[in-house]
Design a protein. Structure first.
Length: 232
């Protein structure tokens, strides 16, 4: 599947443009279907974008926000993606959105994944918007090279849902939406910043196994063309 590259002078310009684009797609979904959905990533990259999107004038009570992936930690943990979203996206106008977390206080990460699978399935499919990030190791979502369930996570045969992932570079056990949950989003964005990640992207766009750079699964096999948003 082809990708389209959108380049910006800096992260602030990217954040505003991406927020405009995402807000347009969410508003259109609300107008056409009465509801909209977005799955976002964590990490250090999306903060400015989250703040820009939170100020957009859309019908937020009709918007459901969830996460592409999460660490198996409670929402008050500084490494929680839920916390990042709560502090930066679910603010201002966007505080009225419904948020579906992936972490649950369940007995195990597997039990949490089952609960999160059921609740994310109820959001409706496909997602209107998915915003992915990428690590310098070529992971996206929690599809980590060497991950314990990587083959299952990126298989086209694995159903939509949330599964657990353990990997050396991941720190905590992860909860991640499967590839099938992400591949057909109406707007599928890969948001990366910095020359280092542009170089990683170029490597991912070259030949090689998906298991070495799992972002390749999305770049090669997503049903929706990937919109790559990049700033230095
Ligand atoms: O572990 C994660 O990392 C990626 C990339 O994060 P960044 O800090 O390099 O922006 C992120 O997309 C993913 O959601 C997160 O869990």
């Amino acid at each position: 599947m082809s990708a389209r590259l959108h380049e910006f002078a800096d992260g602030a310009a990217l954040a505003e443009a991406l927020a405009d684009r995402v807000a347009d797609v969410l508003a259109e979904a609300v107008a056409q279907r009465g509801a909209a959905s977005i799955a976002v990533s964590g990490g250090s990259t999306p903060k400015l974008f989250f703040r820009a999107l939170s100020s957009r004038n859309i019908d937020w009570p009709r918007v459901t926000v969830t996460l592409v992936d999460e660490r198996f930690v409670p929402a008050d943990n500084p490494r929680s993606n839920h916390l990042l979203v709560a502090e930066n996206l679910l603010q201002g106008k966007a505080a009225a959105a419904r948020f579906v977390p992936l972490y649950r206080e369940a007995g195990s990460a597997e039990a949490a994944a089952e609960l999160a699978s059921a609740e994310t399935a109820a959001i409706g499919r496909p997602f209107d918007v998915v915003v992915l990030g990428m690590g310098t190791d070529g992971h996206t979502a929690s599809f980590f090279p060497g991950g314990s369930r990587l083959a299952e996570a990126i298989s086209a045969e694995t159903p939509r849902g949330v599964i657990t992932m353990e990997a050396e570079g991941a720190g905590e056990t992860r909860l991640t939406l499967t590839f099938a949950s992400l591949r057909d989003a109406r707007l599928l964005v890969l948001h990366i910043e910095g020359q280092g990640k542009k170089d990683v992207l170029a490597a991912a766009q070259a030949d090689g196994p998906e298991t070495d750079m799992p972002v390749r699964a999305v770049l090669r096999r997503a049903q929706t063309p990937v919109d790559i948003y990049w700033a230095p």
